[in-house]
Write a protein of this length. Structure first.
Length: 141
């Protein structure tokens, strides 16, 4: 048995309010307004120039800026597959277009695409963008 913190009585706690009850005007909870971009999350930074393979790119061991990596690890070895995946996940999720251009290589991104763990609000726009350019097969694979 638990004690209800409001009434002080022993027994079951009251059921929590339905999510619609707390949202102004009875609308959906904010996190469900967009299935691919929760409120408070910035949109995916997808620079068209990433397709320019002649642009200089970061290589070797890199230290990501604090707006991308605000907690450890801060450094990633872009020559090592597991480390590179971690870096790309953070870069695509938190980076600006300039960050994506500098730290990401389109060929490496395509090679790692299926193994990257990305939130739907990042994966969906990227998959659509890559598919529209014929770089991903059907279904974003």
């Amino acid at each position: 048995m638990t004690r209800d913190s409001v009434s002080g009585e022993r027994g079951l706690r009251p059921e929590p309010a339905v999510e619609e009850d707390w949202f102004p005007l009875g609308g959906p909870p904010p996190a469900t307004v967009s299935p691919t971009r929760p409120l408070g999350r910035k949109p995916a930074a997808i620079p068209e120039a990433i397709l320019d393979r002649s642009r200089p790119k970061a290589s070797g061991v890199v230290r990501l800026p604090s707006h991308i990596a605000w907690s450890p690890p801060y450094e990633y070895d872009l020559t090592e597959r597991r480390s590179r995946r971690g870096a790309y996940q953070r870069i695509l999720t938190e980076g600006t277009e300039a960050d994506v251009l500098w730290y990401s290589d389109i060929d490496v991104l395509l090679d790692e695409w299926a193994a990257l763990h990305l939130s739907p609000h990042i994966r969906s726009p990227w998959a659509r963008w890559l598919s529209e350019r014929g770089l991903l097969g059907p279904g974003g694979a």
